[in-house]
Write a protein that binds this ligand. Structure first.
Ligand code: PEP
Ligand code: CO
Length: 452
């Protein structure tokens, strides 16, 4: 039995088990905040979510590539510069991918709402003191005091306002000239530019600039062709706190569809993808394009049942399956799933999250990932698709434009002793700017070899 046979409203998830929800000590204050949220303006418009579904349909058909990337957990303290630099590194990666493969890149940020985190344990114990786990800035704070770890419903409102301000800035940058292709050189930040990947990037930026100058001499420039000046950039986050998502779900006056207006795309995490659970129940009813994480324990039957529940009408672009198997498991684990879904006829986008199956604790006690493991999972993903005759549709990454030292290896060679230098993540380790550009080149090579 799947869930899609019964009637849906934005509240039917409440009859199911919702894992990973915080305990709000002040229930009345929580309810009051939800009431307020439900009367605030939507962050995105239904038409934009439909447009993204169409773009993702191109990805499903092998005509475009999905680059979904950003923070593991966004912070309420993220500066405007840091938001700009995250966008900048994603634009750089997209340029590399497009330039080398000739394939359009659909750009989706883990940004402007990626505030809630699932945790493996409800509590954390340090030196005999047990406190609630940190669940992302939308719930509590990262510091280890009872006050900081208490779930505060006011944070739901702050999350909404932070997401609004972030999205506003992203819209300004992507439509207001920052993303103009003639600025492709200026996206290369100094610390990236000095790395081998940054130097490689500078070389293609030069070629693109020459092409832009040539076109301009022919009368085609960003004044005459807005596509040269603007990029489409979409937002996404894990739809974890269902009462927040419910409060931002609105009816589209044009189509009558229900749309979760907190972001363009929402995904279901590995820990909350139970077929009879609240997250699948909520998301099956909203018209946004959806993602669903698929970890190494998923069976072909489960994956097909998720496709049936989340996309019973088999709309191309509606469902993206984000596989996160781990570098050692992807080659054996992925092909049976690809084949089963292919045979079922479901038109999914397959994308690779090479981050979450490759996390380990370094000798200094910090959570990290090795660039080579990330790359190995992406390579295995491409190999699995070649084997199954399916499209490797994209990558899903945790990164930042900043010069952090959270993941090991990569062009600029971060070693364990460097981790302490700039380890700033509130949750999982992210690729830094030069590791991200380096990875874009490697992915572009894999994609090119697979398509030619
Ligand atoms: C994440 O994307 O940050 C995450 C928690 O991933 P997963 O659900 O795949 O573990
Ligand atoms: Co993460």
């Amino acid at each position: 039995m799947n869930t899609s046979q019964s009637a849906w409203t934005s509240r039917t998830w409440r009859d199911r088990t919702a894992l990973q929800q915080p305990h709000w000590p002040d229930g009345a204050a929580h309810e009051a905040v939800l009431e307020q949220l439900s009367s605030l303006p939507p962050l995105v418009f239904a038409g934009e979510t439909r447009e993204l579904t169409d773009r993702l349909a191109d990805v499903a058909a092998g005509r475009a590539f999905l680059l979904q990337a950003g923070d593991c957990a966004e912070s309420f303290d993220t500066s405007a510069d840091s938001i700009r630099d995250r966008l900048r590194v994603i634009l750089q990666m997209a340029v590399v991918l497009t330039y080398y493969t000739g394939v359009p890149v659909v750009k989706v940020g883990r940004i402007a709402g990626q505030f809630a985190k699932p945790r493996s344990s409800d509590t954390e114990t340090i030196d005999g003191v047990e406190l609630p786990s940190f669940r992302g800035h939308i719930v509590n704070d990262v510091g280890f005091t009872a006050e900081e770890r208490a779930a505060d419903p006011e944070r739901l409102l702050t999350a909404y306002h932070r997401a609004t301000a972030t999205l506003n800035l992203l819209r300004a940058f992507t439509k207001g000239g920052f993303a103009d292709l003639s600025r492709v050189h200026q996206w290369n930040r100094e610390f990236v530019a000095t790395s081998p990947a940054g130097q490689r990037y500078a070389a293609i930026a030069e070629e693109i600039e020459r092409a832009v100058q040539f076109m301009s001499a022919c009368g085609i420039n960003s004044e005459t062709l807005t596509d040269l000046r603007q990029v489409d950039f979409y937002t996404s986050h894990e739809a974890l706190l269902l009462d927040y998502e419910e409060a931002l779900t609105r009816r589209d006056s044009l189509t009558g569809d229900w749309v979760d207006c907190s972001a363009h795309m929402l995904w279901i995490g590995e820990r909350t993808r139970q077929l009879d659970g609240a997250h699948v129940e909520f998301l099956r009813g909203v018209a946004n394009p959806l993602g669903c994480k698929i970890g190494p324990t998923a069976t072909a039957e489960e994956v097909i049942a998720l496709c049936e529940a989340l996309n019973p009408e088999r709309i191309p672009g509606r469902l993206t399956l984000v596989t996160r198997m781990g570098a050692t498991k992807v080659v054996d684990g992925l092909p049976p799933l690809l084949t089963a879904v292919k045979e079922s006829g479901h038109p999914v986008v397959w994308t690779c999250d090479p981050m979450h199956g490759n996390t380990f604790t370094a000798d200094d006690g910090r959570k990290t990932r090795h660039f080579e493991d990330v790359l190995a999972e992406v390579s295995g993903f491409f190999a699995a698709h070649r084997f199954a005759g399916t499209h490797p549709g994209g990558v899903h990454l945790e990164l930042t434009g900043d010069d952090v030292t959270e993941c090991l290896g990569g062009g600029a060679e971060v070693v364990t002793a460097d981790l302490a230098n700039r380890y700033e993540t509130m949750c999982d380790p992210r690729l830094n700017g030069s590791q991200s550009v380096d990875l874009a080149f490697r992915v572009a090579e894999l994609l090119r070899n697979g398509t030619h």
